[in-house]
Design a protein around this ligand. Structure first.
Ligand SMILES: [Zn+2]
Length: 114
């Protein structure tokens, strides 16, 4: 019996073998020496990535059909995120307006007859 590790669990301080489920702590460089990292890009703009404890487990995993792509969904924004997005849009527009006004003022200073 094989266990399905298709729902890969990410962790900042360890990696999980996509085939056998073995967990390995990352070293001080954030790496797991001797482990393999496999990334597969799909046509639909999604990628699948897995860590493997050895080449044999990567090969075993690659022989199986790839997991179905998850439907694309935009995460819902919280009111706080919408507020920050709105503030950023206003600041960008303000910056663009300031550059345009500054450029126009410089042109008028160089060529007052315009
Ligand atoms: Zn493994």
């Amino acid at each position: 019996m094989t266990t399905d590790y298709s729902e890969y669990a990410y962790s900042e301080d360890s990696v999980l073998c996509g085939q056998c489920g073995r967990r390995q702590s990352l070293d001080s460089n954030g790496e797991a020496p001797g482990w393999l990292y496999v990334e597969i890009d799909r046509d639909v703009g999604q990628s699948i990535d897995r860590d493997f404890c050895c080449q044999e487990h990567a090969a075993d995993w690659l022989q199986k059909p790839l997991p179905e792509p998850k439907p694309f969904s935009v995460p819902d924004r919280t009111p706080k995120e919408r507020l920050f997005l709105g503030v950023r849009v206003v600041l960008v527009l303000y910056g663009i307006a300031a550059v345009l006004i500054g450029t126009w003022t410089l042109v008028r200073w160089i060529r007052p007859d315009w």
